[in-house]
Write a protein that binds this ligand. Structure first.
Ligand code: FMN
Length: 210
């Protein structure tokens, strides 16, 4: 692993990295990410995760446009986005929003857009996509951790995917398959660092909730 990191170091230092260089990522590393994602568990061991790695500039541009629509709608609905939260200062939150906006402007230049999909085996509808994510997110987290271990930046994103029919058309997905997450991957322009989360004492109890 990079910088002699062990698994826990990787978990505690796997921040969303949105500002990425346009430098190409070697294909063998992209395959390694998907191979790691593919080791994750799935409900009933269906192994129904499917992974697309988009490097084609035209397809990236189309995904970038869908992301722009999603980000603009999100910003519009959430006017108070740059206010702080109890666990995130206004300053940190506004840095995050700036990074989301940077990603929106540069999505088409990011070397690889990985799309995590599910194969449902039957015609997909929006409800199925909303309620069946459990079998793809373990793979997505494996991919994020592996990217961090390899010195690659990545972020799980969903704002580009709200119009699932438009996404399916861009990606030529069969009507039994749906895109669940878009993960831009590349070498980070900034520094990696530790994640910042609520204290464990605030989010856990033993035996019963109190
Ligand atoms: C289900 C899900 C959807 C997300 N969608 C987006 C997105 O559309 N765009 C984006 O920039 N980040 C997205 N994120 C990333 C989160 O904003 C990020 O994980 C969170 O702010 C924590 O960031 P940190 O790990 O750097 O602390 C998403 C994360 C999850 C788990």
């Amino acid at each position: 692993m990079a910088e002699d990191m062990n698994l826990l170091d990787v978990i505690y230092n796997c921040r969303a990295m949105r500002r990425l260089d346009s430098r190409e990522v070697p294909e063998e590393l992209l395959v390694k990410l998907i191979d790691a994602a593919n080791q994750a568990p799935s409900g009933s061991n269906m192994q129904n995760g499917r992974w697309l790695v988009v490097r084609d500039p035209k397809i990236k541009q189309q995904l970038a446009e869908l992301n722009r629509i999603g980000v603009e709608a999100y910003m519009g609905f959430n006017a108070d986005l740059s206010n702080g939260l109890p666990h995130q200062s206004a300053d940190k939150r506004s840095k995050m929003i700036n990074a989301v906006l940077w990603q929106m402007e540069h999505m088409h230049e990011i070397p690889a857009l990985v799309i995590a999909c599910l194969e449902f085996g039957t015609k997909v509808n929006q409800d199925m996509i909303s309620t069946n994510g459990g079998s793809i997110w373990p793979g997505i987290q494996n991919l994020l951790l592996t990217a961090r271990a390899l010195g690659l930046g990545a972020t799980p994103t969903t704002l580009a995917l709200s119009n699932y029919q438009a996404v399916s058309e861009v990606l030529n997905l069969p009507d039994t398959m749906a895109a669940c997450c878009l993960i831009p991957v590349g070498y980070p322009t900034g520094k990696f660092g530790p994640v910042s989360r609520k204290p464990t004492s605030e989010i856990m109890c033993f035996e019963q909730w109190q």
